[in-house]
Design a binder for this molecule. Sequence first.
Ligand code: AMP
Ligand code: ZN
Length: 134
Amino acid sequence: MCIFCKIVNGEIPAYKVYEDSDFLAFLDISQATIGHVLVIPKVHRETIVDLEEENKIFAVVIKLAKAIKTLPQVEGINILSNNGPVAGQTINHFHIHIIPRYIDDQMQIKFSENKLSPEKLTLLSNQIKKKSSV
Ligand code: AMP
Ligand code: ZN
């Protein structure tokens, strides 16, 4: 059983901050910044593409982000989810990181830049559109 499933069923402890019938949120053990929280579905799902589209996890993320924004000195928030080892996922139970941001904190998130031609951008947007439209 995965470590987050063990937190859900109480086998290992966690600093819980929110719980309902479907979701659990708790402090990340390594606090990237002060107040770093993880939100998980109670049911074991590996990545975001394993969730049902009706999944309401983002409603919980919004609720917790509002709460975290009220902590002292919190100026902003990053919402982050690593899906798959290549994306940096180390625990294979889907989770969303809520990472409060402070002036001059040491947290770093860096996007690489790819300049694509308008033709490639058109092709790419059409490929995604085709797969996502109802
Ligand atoms: P990721 O690298 O996106 O898969 O994130 C996994 C996160 O789980 C890391 O930020 C870890 O610090 C965190 N983590 C691992 N074990 C525990 C635990 N027992 N309780 C709370 N957080 C944990
Ligand atoms: Zn699990």
